[in-house]
Design a protein around this ligand. Structure first.
Ligand code: ZN
Length: 280
């Protein structure tokens, strides 16, 4: 019986440890790398790696792939570039938690004008689920049938996506879920509590942290106290806070707001469009 299911011979190997690239072979058993370097033994399948470099899968640390993953579960555009893990739910936008109103996502947005004719100056940004799902059913043959992050993870797992995904809960999504289209104002005590409960639940259900998109509605209207309060929940769980201050709208203001939010929590560094590790 063959020792390996796949043997990549004579490649230049970058093993991800930080050490210099070296020539060698890679023996794979099932879905695991079993040997690296001088590899002896037979294999069911061989690839000649001469002139090629073998590397661990890349991680896209700022991804919006979660928006598209149910439409394109094969994730071919990522895999063909060597990306095997995405950190999704960035810029405050995640696919859950949602209630009875929701938005259109990914390629479904092409049909937005069928339910909201004012595409660029919309009167509504969230729509009743039945309205969205009538369109989803007609155009794509499936519907948005989740509420919590846990529900959404189940739907994604059922689709059998071809890469790894770490997800953040988006503050834009949470704020929109709670305030719907009445978001151009500070949140009330009750609304903040409701948002906090959704964030807490999402972290418990497996989110790696929370992203905030201060350049985007409705997070543009979130004040300092609201953000600090919600970031403290993230800190409680020792998870990641990923602020975005892209600078498209009020960049300097949002940068200052993010800086003071993170400082007040004891986080060590806000970073533009990237995950900031929680260091307390
Ligand atoms: Zn982004």
């Amino acid at each position: 019986m063959d020792e390996y299911s796949l043997l990549i011979r004579n490649a230049t190997i970058v093993d991800g440890s930080g050490k210099s690239p070296f020539k060698g072979s890679i023996g794979v058993k099932g879905d695991k790398v079993a040997a690296l370097g001088e590899v002896k033994g037979d294999s069911a399948r061989e690839i000649d790696g001469k002139g090629l470099t073998a590397v661990p899968g890349f991680i896209d640390s700022h991804s919006h792939g979660d928006i598209d993953v149910l439409f394109f579960p094969g994730c071919e555009s990522y895999l063909l570039q060597g990306v095997t893990t995405m950190v999704a739910g960035q810029c405050g936008m995640s696919l859950a938690p949602i209630k009875e109103k929701t938005t259109l996502m990914s390629v479904a947005e092409d049909y937005l004008d069928e339910i909201e004719p004012y595409k660029y100056y919309p009167k509504r940004t969230v729509f009743p689920r039945e309205e969205v799902n009538a369109l989803m059913k007609e155009k794509f043959g499936w519907t948005i049938d989740w509420h919590s992050m846990e529900d959404w993870f189940r739907v994604v797992e059922k689709k059998k996506i071809s890469m790894n995904m770490a997800t953040l809960v988006g503050h834009v999504t949470v704020r929109r879920t709670v305030m719907e289209d009445d978001f151009q104002r500070p949140s009330t005590r009750d609304e903040r509590d409701e948002m906090g409960a959704l964030i807490r639940q999402s972290l418990k259900e497996g989110c790696y942290g929370m992203s905030v998109g201060l350049d985007y509605d409705p997070d543009t209207y979130a004040d300092h106290e609201e953000l600090v309060e919600h970031c403290k929940i993230v800190a409680e769980y020792g998870r990641i806070f990923a602020p975005t201050q892209g600078g498209q709208v009020g960049g300097a203001t949002s940068l200052r707001a993010t800086g003071s939010t993170t400082r007040s929590m004891g986080y060590w560094r806000p970073s533009s469009c990237a995950a900031t590790p929680a260091s307390r």
